[in-house]
Ligand binder design. Structure first.
Ligand code: AMP
Ligand code: ZN
Length: 476
């Protein structure tokens, strides 16, 4: 089934056609590591994760790159203001790289908690200075950029398509310019590729003297390095459209002379009380904070992926509670099927159950192929569970087949708890001993086994079919 995606570049939905059959290259703008990432950032990162998992569900091989911005991202997203990393470094009296290391770790931990599949590479800006210098050199040589003292600017009037992604024209931008005229710039919208600033804490040698790169050049240089001068999909939050992605296109296409990215996907903001959640507003929650408040990591993931990426998502605690209940419904169905799988005989899979599964998977595919229509996909999933709950007298083969379907759906959603199979053999042994003790009405041994399992950090629950399930205790 063809996948349709809304392309910000063309402002319409388009059938997704990968450059190389069966393969997809995705580049996502990652975090600027100057503070803990918040759930708004993660909404954008999770859209990339959902997209990637969906392509993998469809059998495509995905190469995913997500950058780590550790230099050059200035407070106002354009050319003015302090470097975000440097501002935190000065405040905390630390080296910028120490700040970067600390918050990169925080980002990685939260990504893992949210069950985000790791990118193939997380390139750091500070480790790709040479690639950036090379691209800037090409842009100067080709006449797209000019040197003023130790600063290099991109001349936006040289790139005919400047404004195409964001829908801006240079006339409109100049008319509404809040940019104070920098006397070094030929045009108000020209942006810095390389900056000379003796006070900046991070400096590198370059053909134009010591300095540091602008924010936009890192994503053009690093995406080209890992995915080639042309690739399939670029993602980010809606605030990345302008100026960041507009400038990325101007740089990359100016340097290579080729079309840079085929499909641009942008996630609308996560809001809190109707306002964009952002570090500058301070109205934010981090993943760790929500977990400390007692919310489960998979409920946070579910809540953040459960609304369409091209609509704002207004974050509420009720939304998180509803997400936890939804996961519980899936989980209960899984436990019942596992019970059947363990305790019933094997047999033939009835035709109607085969059809139930294949229809569910086809509809799930169809829903997500419709520009990642997650609401439709979740509705398909819950309709399926409702039918599964009605199935009478399933045998273990049927239970396994239905579990396999749920597993395929969860390979995209990524919200189910770890499988029982990951429980250590020693714990399973104790659970089996308890089951046997219960059957022999040896309540003392049964209780002792349960206590021992609990003491080892696992929770044992009896299930209606006479079996049990084991899960990790506490916030796993
Ligand atoms: P930053 O760490 O500021 O560079 O942002 C990392 C990513 O998070 C970028 O792709 C932003 O567009 C995205 N982002 C920031 N705030 C929000 C928000 N409230 N909702 C959705 N995405 C966001
Ligand atoms: Zn970027």
């Amino acid at each position: 089934m063809p996948v349709e995606l809304y392309n910000t570049l063309t402002k319409r939905r388009e059938e997704f056609k990968p450059m190389a059959p069966g393969k997809v290259g995705i580049y996502s703008c990652g975090p600027t590591v100057y503070s803990h990432p918040h759930i708004g950032n993660f909404r954008s990162f999770l859209v990339a994760d959902l997209l990637k998992r969906f392509f993998e569900f469809k059998g495509l091989k995905v190469t995913h790159i997500m950058n780590i911005t550790d230099v050059g991202h200035l407070v106002d997203d354009a050319d003015e203001g302090a470097d975000k990393l440097e501002e935190t470094a000065r405040k905390e009296k630390k080296d910028p790289l120490e700040i970067a290391r600390f918050y990169t770790e925080s980002f990685m931990t939260a990504s893992k908690l949210l069950n985000i599949k790791p990118a193939d590479v997380y390139p750091k800006a500070t480790e790709h200075i040479q690639e950036m210098i090379d691209m800037v050199k090409t842009l100067v040589d080709k006449g797209y950029a000019y040197v003023v003292g130790g600063n290099i600017y991109y001349d936006v009037t040289k790139f005919a398509n400047y404004g195409r992604l964001s829908g801006n024209t240079l006339d409109d931008l100049n008319a509404g310019a809040r940019i104070e005229l920098n006397p070094e710039k030929k045009n108000p919208q020209d942006f810095a590729l390389w900056k000379h600033d003796p006070k900046h804490l991070q400096q590198w040698d370059s053909p134009w003297g010591r300095g540091f790169p602008g924010w936009h050049i890192e994503c053009s240089a690093m995406s080209s390095k890992y995915l080639g001068a042309q690739f399939d999909i670029h993602t980010g939050g809606e605030d990345n459209i302008f100026p960041h992605h507009e400038c990325e296109i101007a740089q990359a296409e100016g340097a290579s002379g080729k079309k840079f990215v085929h499909y641009w996907l942008h996630t609308r903001f996560l809001l809190f009380d109707g306002e964009k959640m952002s570090k500058s507003k301070g109205n934010l929650y981090t993943i760790q904070e929500l977990i400390e408040k007692g919310f489960k990591k998979n409920a946070i993931r579910y809540a953040l992926i459960s609304s369409h990426y091209r609509q704002n998502y207004n974050f509420t605690f009720d939304g998180l509670k509803a997400a936890a209940q939804a996961i519980d419904k899936i989980q209960q169905c899984v436990f019942q099927l596992k019970d059947i799988s363990k305790n019933k005989e094997s047999g033939q899979v009835r035709k109607e159950l085969q059809e139930l599964s294949s229809n569910c998977l086809a509809q799930f595919d169809e829903a997500l192929s419709d520009d990642l229509n997650i609401s439709k996909a979740l509705a398909v999933c819950f309709d399926f569970l409702r039918e599964v709950n009605k199935v009478d007298d399933a045998n273990s083969t049927e239970a396994n087949a239905l579990l396999d379907t749920i597993g395929k759906i969860d390979s995209v959603l990524g919200v189910l708890e770890k499988a029982d199979e990951e429980v250590p053999a020693q714990i399973i042994e104790m659970a089996e001993k308890r089951k046997e003790a219960k059957a022999n009405k040896d309540w003392k041994t049964a209780d002792a086994m349960r206590d021992e399992i609990t003491a080892k950090g696992w929770i044992l629950e009896d299930t209606p079919g006479g079996g049990y399930r084991i899960k990790r205790g506490g916030q796993d």
